[in-house]
Structures are given as structure tokens and as C-alpha cells.
Design a protein around this ligand. Structure first.
Ligand SMILES: Nc1ncnc2c1ncn2[C@@H]1O[C@H](COP(=O)(O)OP(=O)(O)O)[C@@H](O)[C@H]1O
Ligand SMILES: [Mg+2]
Length: 219
């Protein structure tokens, strides 16, 4: 039996501007402060090949676009590389992994707007993930108005997804909420309209429950 408790795989999901990246950093800091090795990563991306795929996805050559199925396969190819080279080795070491977006984002973004059938996406997901299913998924829920303001405030050029109209962001948020409702064992819905500190505290309370399960005493 290994001396270290197994690491946990935590994924953060929600629309653009809900605060995922902000929360991911805060949680990684909290885990480190609790003496737990944490790997902070993101999707699409996380490894050199997956980051290259991310660039092709978010910034396709001028005038070019991926078909929905091609796009779904590309993000899944990136995910498989990420799992094989970064996520699984980290979990095997006993580290925790915090991933900014994961498979639920593919279910959402690649199925809406006449995309790929959800059953097809779920079957690809099963094949790609195997046993590596997140211990916990925090789904960030915030009003569309607040998310829009946060996207506007954030520095940098908007990418292909962020530039979509309001109806798209509304469908995205509804799809994430549906996943949270359908999988209450894995997913925790977080009120992301609070301050960043409050969002981190509410999320930390859920994450602590994973540690309590391991019998660890925590700060
Ligand atoms: N709880 C919060 N309250 C206020 N502003 C926030 C909060 N969380 C994030 N932000 C700000 O909103 C913007 C988008 O946050 P970010 O974490 O990048 O969202 P996401 O990764 O979900 O797109 C950033 O400028 C960030 O500083
Ligand atoms: Mg982000």
C-alpha cells in the first residue's frame, strides 16, 4: 500500500468569464498551503501537443473553420495527450490536478448550434478518459450579464468562442447547468456571482470533503 493518499482530479467548468481561471489559481494556492502538491493545468492544452491543438482550434487559419466532428476529434486528441503525459502521471504520484475546463466543455461546446450528437461525444469521451474521471467538477454559475462584463474587462483579444452572440453564451450556460443537475455525485454548482474570495471559499468547502474522505486533518 502506498504511503501517500491518492491524488484527486478536480475540473472547473462553466462559460467564458464565469471565473474558472481565477478560481483554478486560487485552489492551487490553497492546496499548496495545505501541504498538497497541486498541478494546475487547462484544456484544451496542458502539454506541448495539446497546446498546439488549442492554437489550431481557437485561431484557425484565416477563412478556415473546423467542422463540428473534426473539432470534437481535435479536442479529444489533445485531451488524450494531456491525460497520458500530464494528468495520469501526476495522479499516480499522488499529486492533485486542477484542470481549467475538461470533458464537460466538449459535451457543451461541440454539441450546441447543430454540433455533434451528444451520444457520439459521450462515446468518444468514454474511450478517451477510460478510468480517469474527475473526482469532482465545480460548475461555475453566474448571470449572463456578469459574465459579459467580466469578459469585457479581461485584457486581451477575444477568441473565436468569446466573440459569439449572447444566445450562444446562454445555451452554453444552460448546458453546463444541465450536466451539473444530471451528475450530482461528481458535480458541484458554485454561485460564481460572489467575490473571487467567496467563490474560492465555497469551492474549498467542497474540496475539503474529498480530503475528509481520506481521513486527513486539514487547516
Ligand atoms: N468572482 C469574481 N468577481 C469579480 N471578478 C472576477 C471574479 N472571478 C473572476 N473575475 C474577473 O473576471 C474576468 C474573467 O475571469 P476568468 O477567471 O478569466 O474567467 P474564465 O476563465 O471563466 O473565462 C477576469 O478579469 C477576472 O479577474
Ligand atoms: Mg479562463
Amino acid at each position: 500500500m502506498s504511503e501517500r493518499p491518492a491524488g484527486h482530479f478536480i475540473t472547473l467548468e462553466g462559460g467564458e468569464g464565469t471565473g474558472k481561471s481565477t478560481l483554478a489559481k486560487a485552489l492551487a494556492r490553497k492546496l499548496e498551503a495545505a501541504g498538497i502538491q497541486a498541478v494546475l493545468t487547462r484544456e484544451p492544452g496542458g502539454t506541448p501537443l495539446a497546446e498546439a491543438a488549442r492554437h489550431l482550434l481557437l485561431h484557425p487559419p484565416e477563412g478556415e473553420a473546423w467542422s463540428p466532428l473534426s473539432e470534437a476529434l481535435l479536442v479529444n486528441a489533445a485531451r488524450r495527450d494531456h491525460l497520458e503525459k500530464l494528468i495520469r502521471p501526476a495522479l499516480a504520484r499522488g499529486d492533485w490536478v486542477i484542470c481549467d475546463r475538461f470533458a464537460d466543455s466538449t459535451r457543451v461546446y461541440q454539441s450546441i448550434d447543430g454540433g455533434v450528437a451528444l451520444n457520439t461525444l459521450l462515446s468518444i469521451e468514454r474511450e478517451v478518459l477510460g478510468d480517469t474521471i474527475p473526482s469532482m467538477t465545480l460548475v461555475l454559475d453566474v448571470s449572463l450579464d456578469v459574465a459579459r462584463e467580466r469578459r469585457a474587462v479581461r485584457a486581451g483579444a477575444l477568441d473565436a468562442f468569446e466573440r459569439r452572440p449572447d444566445a450562444f453564451h446562454e445555451a452554453v450556460q444552460a448546458a453546463f447547468l444541465a450536466i451539473a443537475k444530471a451528475e450530482p455525485g461528481r458535480c458541484r454548482l458554485i454561485d460564481a456571482g460572489q467575490t473571487a474570495e467567496e467563490v474560492a471559499e465555497a469551492s474549498w468547502a467542497h474540496i475539503r470533503s474529498l480530503m475528509d474522505d481520506q481521513g486527513k486533518v486539514l487547516p
